[in-house]
Design a protein around this ligand. Structure first.
Ligand code: ATP
Ligand code: MG
Length: 555
């Protein structure tokens, strides 16, 4: 892959042509979130595109909050959006703006449209407006208020602003064409009356501009060159252009649409994600199962993996659903290189090594990354009592089971060969302890050349650090949860498994480092410092190999 953030695509071709032919000397892009929820993996695509292009072209990308809907917006959301963008590795520098910064200018442009006979105050009820707009097969019907004089419209619009009318009783509409084949052009509403406290402008306004009017003008005020948005705005482009063509403003950014990112087994809609939070079906917006950027961060996904994923998916106009496996592979690829290897036993079974001295503790040496010497070595304590994984013992094992069963010898990772002698059971017949012996000559795992096929991980019991481990599965068990009539019906009831008694080798828990580890033979894990119980909590970031790839192919 190229070392650019954004590999060549139809948008970079447009940009390159615009620079080559002198239309622009450089680009200015923007990422325009509405602060009405936390960002999700889909937004990561837009962030990596807009901020990524700015980096690639040594240009600027603005962060502009599209804050025209005060009833749904909050500062908490705005702050989370900033944190997410920074965590992904991008920076808006001085260029954090708000659509609300332009409310006064937007109002002025609305009066300009009125003065040109291109906007009117409509007293119809919202229902009448909807009804008279028509649909794909029926043309719209002109409002009886459409031919108000410029003076009357100005007076009415100013009265709307000064609070003389009730919420919803009047709107300002652009006067375009009620017969247009594009419903967006049938005299769209550009201002509404709504008494709502705004996170930036407080109670200064009781009328708020609509998105389609606001967005294009905000782009133009900021000198955006290429206004990149998702395909659902394609039908709004004529309106974007109409507004800019009909007000007195020098700049006319080019709106270009690309396809949304959809990932299988996930939801990419703030509204639906909010439902999961509100109904307490997850542990907040940053629940590690959520497809939010904050969820992926808490889960332990490296930002580099998300950037690589978005880059791999690429930019086009083709709608598609990307397999969750592609995202998880991107995470594995980064963690395989960056995660130190340690031993962690998720479901411990005690092993007593009968011929090992009672009070002896030996320090053994293990490599922190078998493929990368620069990770160095560490010392691992070994003693008579250790924990192994319950699954590494089987009572009636066949010859192909190369782990612990009575009479069979296995290699302990970085340590000795042990042979299982006896399994001790409790009253219910559960195996609660193994009695084993070790070969003192096999230290480091190289005895007299005899073949020991199985290698298992372990922790010295006296040195083990108890931790809680959380294993995650897909939050939804339908590949396209948004396509299910009620997406909440497709929630996977087994998406979280808590293992309260896992054991870690010493030195991992106390580390202050912000790292994910590979618990050898298990998966990648990262400590969850934000949500701890009485024990340190480790989240499973991703499994080593993908067990879903096959299922998705079949399904
Ligand atoms: P949602 O449907 O989740 O509420 P939105 O489009 O309403 O998303 P905005 O805050 O308006 O959310 O989005 C900010 C930017 O992110 C917009 O330019 C939008 O086009 C882009 N964006 C949103 N979802 C996706 C996605 N799934 N893939 C790519 N870009 C996206
Ligand atoms: Mg939106």
């Amino acid at each position: 892959m190229s070392d650019k953030n954004v590999t060549e695509n139809f948008i970079t071709q447009i940009i390159d042509a615009d620079i080559a032919n002198g239309k622009h000397s450089n680009i200015v892009t923007r990422f325009p979130p509405e602060p009405n929820g936390y960002l999700h993996v889909g937004h990561a695509k837009s962030i990596c595109l807009n901020f990524g292009l700015a980096q690639d072209y040594q240009a600027i990308c603005h962060l502009r909050f599209d804050d025209t809907n005060p009833e749904k917006e909050s500062n908490e959301y705005a702050e989370s959006i900033k944190a997410d963008i920074q965590w992904l590795g991008f920076d808006w520098g001085e260029n954090n703006f708000h659509a609300s910064d332009y409310f006064e200018q937007l109002y002025g442009y609305a009066e300009q449209l009125i003065e040109k006979g291109l906007a009117y105050v409509d007293d119809q009820t919202p229902e009448q407006i909807r009804e008279n707009r028509g649909d794909f097969t029926t043309p719209g019907i002109n409002s009886p208020y459409r031919d108000r004089s410029v003076d009357e419209n100005l007076t009415e619009f100013r009265a709307m602003r000064s609070g003389e009318y009730a919420d919803g009783s009047k709107v300002l509409r652009a006067k375009i064409d009620m017969q247009s084949g594009n419903i967006n052009m049938r005299d769209p509403v550009i201002y509404r009356i709504k008494r709502m406290h705004h996170i930036n402008t407080g109670d200064a306004w009781c009328i708020y501009p609509m998105y389609d009017f606001t967005h294009c003008i905000s782009d133009a005020i900021e000198g955006i060159t290429h206004s990149l948005c998702t395909l659902e705005f394609e039908d709004h482009r004529p309106l974007y252009d109409w507004v800019l063509d009909n007000i007195d403003i020098d700049c006319h950014p080019q709106q270009i649409e690309f396809s949304r990112l959809n990932v299988s087994y996930t939801i990419t809609s703030k509204r639906k994600l909010n439902q999961l939070v509100e109904n307490q079906l997850v542990d907040g917006w940053d629940d590690p199962r959520m497809s939010t950027i904050s969820g992926m961060r808490r889960r332990g996904y490296p930002p580099e993996a998300i950037r690589n994923f978005v880059k791999e998916v690429g930019i086009s106009k083709k709608e598609s659903v990307i397999s969750m496996t592609v995202l998880e592979d991107a995470v594995r690829n980064v963690l395989n290189k960056t995660a130190p290897r340690v031993m962690g036993v998720l479901k411990p079974l005690k092993v007593v090594i009968e011929n090992y001295p009672e009070d002896k503790v030996e320090m053994l040496t293990g490599s922190n990354h078998p493929q990368d010497e620069s990770f160095g070595l560490r010392e691992i304590p070994f003693s008579r009592e250790i924990y192994v994984e319950q699954d590494d013992y089987k009572e009636n094992a066949n010859r192909k089971f190369f782990r612990l069963t009575e009479g069979r010898e296995v290699r302990l990772r970085h340590a000795y060969y042990i042979t299982c002698r006896e399994a001790i059971k409790d009253a219910e017949g559960n195996v609660v302890e193994l009695r084993c012996t070790y070969d003192p000559e096999s230290r480091g795992g190289t005895a007299d050349g005899r073949k020991v096929k199985g290698t298992i991980h372990w922790i010295s019991a006296a040195h083990a650090e108890p931790v809680e481990v959380r294993l995650y599965d897909r939050l939804f068990n339908h590949p396209k949860p948004a396509a299910v009539e009620n997406f909440l019906d497709s929630i996977n009831p087994d998406s979280l498994e808590i293992l309260p008694n896992a054991m870690l080798e010493p030195g991992i828990v106390d580390q202050d480092k912000d790292v994910a580890y590979q618990f050898e033979r298990n998966a990648y894990f990262k400590r969850d410092k934000t949500h701890e119980t009485d024990r340190p909590v480790f989240n499973q970031v991703v499994t080593m190999r993908d067990s879903w790839a096959k299922l998705e192919q079949e399904g």
